[in-house]
Design a protein. Structure first.
Length: 102
């Protein structure tokens, strides 16, 4: 599957954005998007992720930092990575989890 495009999904808590940025540099034609869930609101961490996004500006890969899966799925749908049905499934899942008791 050497030619298959990929999407990488992780979170902002550890090193996912940094590791994924290195993967894009190694395989610039394969990685189409990086989706990072923001797990805290640390301004320094967000600035570091923005710098990584800037590093990828010359590639075909977008780094998307989002607070939930709906925003990621909307981006993926807009880019043609998932179908409308896939987007709706994510929306239903997120809403179902929001309504669950803690």
């Amino acid at each position: 599957y050497d030619d298959m495009p990929c999407i990488l999904i992780g979170d902002s808590g550890q090193h996912d954005p940094e590791v994924y940025t290195e993967v894009v540099k190694a395989y610039p034609d394969r990685i189409k998007a990086i989706y990072i869930r923001r797990v805290d609101s640390d301004p320094q961490r967000e600035a570091a992720i923005q710098r990584l996004r800037d590093e990828l500006a010359h590639t075909d890969c977008e780094l998307v930092l989002a607070v939930d899966s709906i925003l990621m799925a909307e981006h993926a749908h807009a880019k043609g990575y998932i179908s409308a049905r896939g987007l709706q499934a994510v929306q239903r899942d997120v809403e179902a989890h929001r309504n669950e008791p803690d």
